[in-house]
Design a protein around this ligand. Structure first.
Ligand SMILES: Nc1nc2c(c(=O)[nH]1)N[C@H]1C(S)=C(S)[C@@H](COP(=O)(O)O)O[C@H]1N2
Ligand SMILES: [Mo]
Length: 388
């Protein structure tokens, strides 16, 4: 089912959002486990996403861990295995802050599902992407303190949350290549936006891997293992792999996903909303990880002609660029398209059909929003009149 931003939330969804400290207008994809994304117009409001609307993606029940008894094991291909308390992590290593966008590989899956069904997966809109300032220790420093050996090729991450997606059920895990694990921007974080990490975002501590799909930023982290091989977790070996359209998911099938793809989204006016005739401020974001966004174009005629949107200032190497452009919208149905270009000159393919894949990952096709444009007095209360 595709939830439109205009649709009112069920009381069960609102209660679930409230119980996880989230706003009532979150678009909830599931309550057990809780999976939710911010409403598009809310996400459009700031460069940093407040915690109460930051998307959350869970594969199992959220563990309730005591920071006092929590330990982070560092083992595998290291000279000295470590068992760090949270206090040791916070006091023995330099505290660092990185502003980074987190993006789920399933972001905008709903649009792939319109082309051909993606069974068994949550139908995320454009809100499975959010940006926060993360505070923690550099994973590289912790690995060095353990005496990481030169032959390690991957850093594997483990967490205690159990998921029934794998048969038999497994706890969550993933890995990144050692060159990424040793990059300065990868944090073992205990704060987001200057506040203690909430349980739903991985307290007492999580990895944040800027520029990689969200699945690699393991929450409730309890173990980092230096290894010759990628993690043998279901979430590294079978899920989060890009298959050809006729492929069947299985261990080692398809491409393992790491760095994020080039993507863009239209947030305002949101797809399916009603807006008044006249100039409408069209807004969205684009993201390409460390490649950076160079340009965003917007079209009202399905790509026959394009107008360049204004980009916000680049706040750092690991964040999205928000864009906006005032466009004259005429009465009737308006189909707005957007495409981004990265700094290497790559751009997005036109249609979701070209990139459809069985697990519905990486919808890198043009962003689309279809809106109904009506004379000003007919404007619906769910349109942009809600905006501050
Ligand atoms: N332990 C654990 N870590 C996890 C997950 C999970 O289910 N369990 N989900 C991953 C996925 S797919 C994403 S997109 C991000 C989402 O992080 P957030 O919920 O803080 O937004 O967490 C990742 N880390
Ligand atoms: Mo994800």
């Amino acid at each position: 089912m595709i939830r439109r931003p205009t649709e009112s939330r069920s009381s069960q969804d609102r209660a679930a959002s409230a119980s996880w400290g989230k706003r009532e207008d979150m678009v909830v994809h599931g309550t057990d486990p809780y999976n939710a994304e911010p409403a598009p117009h809310a996400l459009a409001n700031g460069h940093l996403t407040p915690i109460d609307m930051f998307y959350t993606r869970n594969h199992g029940p959220v563990p309730d861990l005591d920071p006092e008894t929590w330990r982070l094991r560092v083992d595998g291909l290291v000279a000295t295995p470590l068992e760090l308390t949270r206090k040791a992590l916070q006091e023995d290593f330099e505290q660092r802050t990185v502003t980074a966008t987190l993006q789920c590989a399933g972001n905008r899956r709903a649009d792939l599902n319109l082309v051909r069904r993606v069974p068994g997966e949550d139908l995320w809109g454009p809100g499975a992407t959010s940006t926060a300032t993360w505070t923690g220790a550099a994973l590289a420093e912790v690995l060095r303190a353990a005496g990481l050996q030169g032959d390690a090729r991957h850093a594997c991450f483990s967490a205690p949350d159990l998921t029934g997606l794998a048969h038999p059920p497994q706890t969550y895990g993933s890995s990144v290549e050692i060159h990424k694990a040793l990059s300065d921007e990868v944090l073992l974080a205990w704060q987001m936006n200057g506040q203690a990490l909430p349980a739903v975002h991985g307290a007492p501590g999580r990895v944040v891997v800027p520029g990689y799909i969200g699945a690699r930023s393991v929450k409730w982290l309890d173990r980092v293992t230096g290894s010759l091989h990628p993690s043998d977790s279901y979430f590294q070996e079978t899920a989060y792999r890009l298959l050809p359209a006729d492929g069947t998911p299985g261990p080692g099938i398809g491409m393992s996903l790491g760095p994020v793809a080039l993507s863009s989204a239209i947030l305002v006016p949101a797809d399916g909303t009603t807006v008044p005739v006249g100039r409408t401020d069209v807004q969205g974001y684009a993201y390409a990880g460390d490649r950076g966004i160079a340009r965003v174009d917007v079209s009202l005629d399905d790509g026959a002609t394009w107008i360049e949107a204004a980009l916000d200032d680049q706040a750092g190497p690991w964040t999205w660029r928000r864009w906006r452009i005032p466009l004259p919208l005429q009465e009737g149905k308006a189909r707005i398209s957007a495409r981004a270009w990265d700094t290497a000159g790559a751009t997005q393919p036109r249609s979701a059909g070209e990139v459809w894949n069985p697990k519905g990952y990486l919808n890198i096709s043009w962003a689309r929003a279809t809106v109904i444009v009506v004379p000003a007095k007919e404007r619906s209360p769910s349109g942009p009149s809600e905006l501050p």
